[in-house]
Design a protein around this ligand. Structure first.
Ligand code: GDP
Ligand code: MG
Length: 598
């Protein structure tokens, strides 16, 4: 394909605004996928994604399109994940494009997560084409939403396309606009090869499948390639395009998007953002923007049954083959026995991994509350990074603790501003700015410790705004705070996975709320169980769970047979998610209690 007839673009949209539906439409309209073959929503195909209605893994699709000018164009759609945890991958996909469709639900408006990606696209000098979707809905207000986009994004919307991905309205116009507005890739075929990896996944038979955009030069099947960051070399076994299923080709050149297989053992060796060049005639400089994604959130994972430790290790190893940003190392806890400390890009990434371990590998796990990474300076002047509260050096040993902060953008209907400001306040938020976007819609900007965001903050924001507010955040660095470790003692023994790091001013409140919550969550035993919260040796809150009385037990054994069965089943189910700590059975929910105190 001549370079001037290639267009590379992605779609930016808030969750549920119609990105997948539109992508399907584009594939159908260009005849890339026939209606009969169209498995609904071709682009997000992971089971988890479907259930949650989010895009986790990037995919790409190549379409042939004959435009009104009679010429045949190749349009490469590169999909982007729609969640802040994966914003680095989004940035690499955008770097592989010259244009982006900004899809906004005309009955809703611009949302916070969209903004982050639009700004990224503009930073990369992409041509952004606004599309107002769902105009078939009676509640659609395209004019208001146009005004909102102009106000917030600063994008001219006079030519915005009115579309309904569902009804197929506006789809031909979108294809024409892509051809006319998105610039063709620069013709750099004669330069040494540089291809940008924007996605990769592990295939048990062919090794890692790498998705890339050729930025300069060309490559063909059989070529020996070098990955510039990992410094590894491989021979290309298979080269192809995604239309949208993999179709082999012999060579690809600057401007094209494709995949390759080269017996690469793990995605770690071909990370997103790395540059592919040729071993024979290497490029002198890698493409800009490569970063090794750093885990931001850590938690402990312990098998409920100690016999499953080896299974858990094998499962993590397998997941790691396919997920370079998953980190783990063995952890021993006095209360929990052997397990792993695992690092993730964010809460969603953490949940995805947990769910896969439980569903695909049939593991019963106890998962401890997530922690951020604290930067601790010791009195000797050393800097240590602590991702496990129970490992925090004692007050005598430490000079200061710093914690990561984020800039938080919330977009909300005006009505909820008060309650959301109050929420941010209780989460140690520092108010920065408030702006009216259009009459009735407001943006709030706060700076807040990441530790406060990775609790139930998102759920609280949603429930306080009846689902109407959206948020987005980005890291802005570490800041010193008066933080202390709050220990929890059950039956007189400290339980290390229940330790948390909190601000000194909140310690008493958290201690009280947490002991009360644990009292609710931990079942009664045949003996009395004291539950205490302590800072150092000082107990700041205490509760106790009273013993089960004999007659209560007796009552359980009365009743009809089906009820008894139900009770037994319930107990068995409950047992699965219990961990015996000393003589006390502690349920999974207790380990997460600290996240849900308000
Ligand atoms: P994504 O999360 O951005 O990928 O959004 P989806 O494509 O999964 O769409 C979210 C929901 O909106 C689905 O129930 C779609 O059927 C629906 N939807 C998408 N486009 C339209 C549209 O143009 N009109 C209407 N009425 N519904 C739409
Ligand atoms: Mg989708």
């Amino acid at each position: 394909v001549p370079v001037h007839r290639i267009r590379n673009f992605s779609i930016i949209a808030h969750i549920d605004h119609g990105k997948s539906t539109l992508a399907d439409r584009l594939l159908q309209e260009t005849g890339t996928v026939t209606a009969r073959d169209m498995k609904e929503q071709f682009l997000d195909n992971m089971e988890l994604e479907r259930e949650r209605g989010i895009t986790i893994k990037l995919q790409a699709a190549r379409m042939a399109y004959t435009a009104k000018d009679g010429e045949e164009y190749v349009l490469n759609l590169i999909d982007t994940p729609g969640h802040v945890d994966f914003s680095y991958e989004v940035s690499r996909s955008l770097a592989a494009c010259e244009g982006a469709l900004l899809v906004v639900d005309a009955s809703q408006g611009v949302e916070a997560q969209t903004l982050a990606n639009v700004y990224l696209a503009m930073e990369h000098d992409l041509e952004v084409i606004p599309v107002l979707n769902k105009i078939d809905l009676p509640g659609a207000e395209p004019d208001r939403v146009k005004q909102e986009i102009e106000e917030i994004v600063g994008l001219d919307c006079s030519q915005a396309i009115l579309a309904s991905a569902k009804e197929g309205i506006g789809v031909p116009e979108i294809l024409e606009e892509i051809v006319h507005l998105v610039p063709p890739p620069p013709d750099t075929i004669d330069q040494p090869l540089r291809a940008l990896i924007f996605d990769s996944y592990y295939d048990a038979y062919r090794g890692v499948i790498v998705y890339f955009r050729v930025m300069d030069g060309r490559l063909k099947k059989g070529d020996r390639i070098r990955l510039m960051a990992s410094r590894k070399e491989y021979d290309i076994d298979e080269l192809g395009v995604l239309s949208p299923t993999q179709v082999q080709v012999n060579d690809l050149h600057a401007g094209e998007v494709g995949y390759l297989a080269a017996s690469i053992k793990a995605v770690e060796d071909a990370r997103v953002g790395d540059t592919i060049t040729l071993s024979q005639k290497p490029a002198t400089e890698a493409l800009p923007g490569y970063v090794e994604a750093k885990p931001m959130v850590f938690c402990g994972m312990f098998p409920t049954d100690a016999d499953q430790f080896a299974d858990l290790r094998d499962a993590l190893e397998k997941l790691k083959l396919n997920d370079a940003s998953l980190n783990y190392e063995p952890e021993t806890s006095s209360a929990m026995g052997f397990g792993f400390r695992c690092g993730f890009l964010g809460l969603l990434h953490m949940e995805i991994v947990q769910e896969r371990l439980e569903r695909e590998y049939n593991l019963d796990l106890i998962i401890t509350a997530p922690s951020v990474v604290y930067r601790v300076t010791t009195i000797k002047g050393e800097v240590v990074y602590i991702d496990n509260p129970s490992k925090l050096p004692s007050p005598q040993e430490r000079e200061k603790i710093e914690e990561p902060y984020v800039k938080l953008d919330i977009i909300t209907p005006e009505t909820y501003v008060g309650t959301l400001m109050e929420l941010c306040q209780t989460r140690r938020g520092i108010f920065k700015d408030m702006k009216y976007l259009t009459p009735g819609r407001t943006t709030l900007i706060y700076e807040m410790p990441l530790a406060e965001v990775v609790t139930d903050f998102f759920d609280q924001m949603k429930s306080r705004s009846r689902g109407y507010a959206s948020m987005e955040y980005q890291l802005i660095g570490d800041r010193e705070n008066a933080l202390v470790r709050l220990d929890i003692l059950i039956n007189g023994d400290p339980v290390d996975p229940l330790a948390t790091i909190v601000h000194r001013d909140k310690a008493y409140g958290v201690g009280r709320a947490l002991t009360e919550k644990l009292k609710e969550l931990i079942p009664r035993h045949q003996f009395k169980i004291p539950i205490q919260a302590a800072i150092g040796s000082k107990v700041i809150a205490s509760e106790h769970i009273s013993a089960i009385r004999k007659d209560v037990l007796a009552k359980c054994y009365g009743g009809d047979i089906s009820r008894k069965k139900k009770l037994l089943q319930k107990q068995a189910k409950g047992k699965k998610r219990m961990k015996a700590i000393g003589t006390v059975d502690v349920p999974q929910e207790a380990f997460m209690a600290v996240l849900r105190l308000s």
